[in-house]
Design a protein around this ligand. Structure first.
Ligand code: SF4
Ligand code: SF4
Length: 390
């Protein structure tokens, strides 16, 4: 007599995946063409058919805790070949978005970031905060200098340059906002990754995808250096047929952010170690990295938007929130500098104010938005490598 398995479907999970862009889920009739078509799926227990089945049955833990969902690079080859017109690539993307909200804490904030009706309040918070910071800088700079000076802290609120960002919002206040936010994001990612890696291992053991009984974190970390070059080269995208061009746009955005990060590190060193406040000369390496980074971000994001608009792709709020944030970040970063060079005080401060609001979005909401896939994908690919899932 065969064993019976009791399936306990999580209907809320199905609804959420459908709402996140996986609306073609129910079209699947389990033919497996997609798993054969996928250029990345391992031969043993390939995806995405098994994820389509598990998700349509509401088996949340089976898919959300699986490393396989992070191996998919949304190339769309499977979606093109599906005889039922289902979009398994989009369903996996929706499951990944669900997983990001599932692992990030606090969950309430995670829900807010994926809910478009909450965009207003999520933007009003940094808008009010930086308006207050601007008022403090411009009207109470002298008082703040005395207060901070009393504690031995150098209050940077003014430079002699005719137009300088620090004259609008003190650099000290900007850093005092973003450093704790970035630290909180790192902690949220750490806790989320811890839960996710444990789930991935449990899932791999249950499905027989690994023969390693105990999860050895040291061994897992040793695998990271083998995964990073693949990500930097976007190796998986080269295996795609349909959307190979997406790899170029992704790389532009990735290296654009790397450039901006290097520029930020140089600016921090100049200010806090060398005591040199901006604005800096256009021939300073900081400007090369910052400007090139900004251009790459804008161009890469524009290509991604063009790709989404030009294809029959299921795009939801999470996709447009991320693309909008990325392109506006790059554009406001470049425009604030152009306005300063053009001598427009009002233009410079207005665009800088918008830029600060967007950077707040990036730091405060990144563990909950689709951008978090970058961190989780590294973890998923690392675990797959560790588990010898080829
Ligand atoms: S090809 Fe389409 S119908 Fe066939 S298993 Fe994949 S998603 Fe389902
Ligand atoms: S979108 Fe591409 S990588 Fe993802 S499952 Fe489909 S074929 Fe594989």
């Amino acid at each position: 007599m065969s064993d019976n398995t009791l399936v306990n479907p999580n209907l809320e999970f199905i609804d959420e995946v459908v709402g996140l862009g996986g609306d073609s889920l129910k079209k699947c009739f389990q033919c497996a063409s997609c798993s054969v078509a996928c250029p990345i799926a391992p031969e043993d227990s390939p995806f995405p058919r098994k994820e389509m089945i598990a998700a349509s049955w509401g088996l949340k833990d089976r898919v959300v805790g699986s490393a396989d969902i992070w191996l998919c690079h949304e190339c769309g080859d499977c979606s093109t070949l599906c005889p039922r017109g289902a979009q398994p690539g989009d369903v996996l993307s929706a499951i990944r978005s669900y997983a990001i909200s599932e692992y990030a804490r606090p969950k309430k904030l995670a829900k807010m970031v994926t809910d478009k009706s909450k965009l207003g309040i999520l933007t009003a918070i940094p808008a009010a905060w930086f308006a207050l910071m601007a008022i403090i800088t411009m009207f109470f700079g002298g008082t703040m200098e005395k207060i901070f000076g009393f504690f031995g802290v150098h209050w940077i609120h003014h430079t002699d340059a005719p137009i300088a960002h620090a004259n609008f919002v003190s650099t000290w206040l900007v850093d005092a906002t973003f450093v704790p936010l970035a630290t909180a994001s790192v902690v949220i990612f750490y806790l989320g990754l811890k839960r996710m890696i444990n789930d991935m291992h449990e899932n791999a053991l249950t499905e027989g995808k690994t023969d390693k009984q105990d999860l050895d974190i040291k061994e897992l970390l040793k695998t990271v250096p083998t995964v990073i070059p693949k990500i930097l080269k976007h190796q998986q995208f080269n295996e795609c047929g349909e959307n190979k061009s997406r790899g170029t746009a992704h790389m532009m955005v990735l290296y654009g952010f790397v450039g901006c990060f290097i520029a930020t590190v140089i600016a921090g060193s100049l200010l806090y170690l060398a005591g040199t406040a901006g604005p800096y000369s256009q021939i300073n390496p900081l400007k090369w990295f910052g400007n090139l980074g900004g251009i790459l971000i804008v161009l890469g994001a524009a290509l991604m938007i063009k790709d989404r608009l030009g294809k029959d792709k299921s795009s939801g709020y999470k996709d447009w929130y991320l693309l909008g944030l990325v392109i506006l970040l790059g554009a406001t970063g470049l425009l604030t500098e152009m306005a300063r060079l053009a001598g427009s005080t009002f233009g410079t401060y207005l665009v800088y104010y918008l830029h600060l609001i967007l950077v707040f979005h990036l730091f405060a909401y990144v563990p909950f938005s689709k951008l978090a896939h970058f961190v989780y994908r590294i973890a998923g690919m690392t675990y797959a490598e560790y588990a010898n899932r080829k």
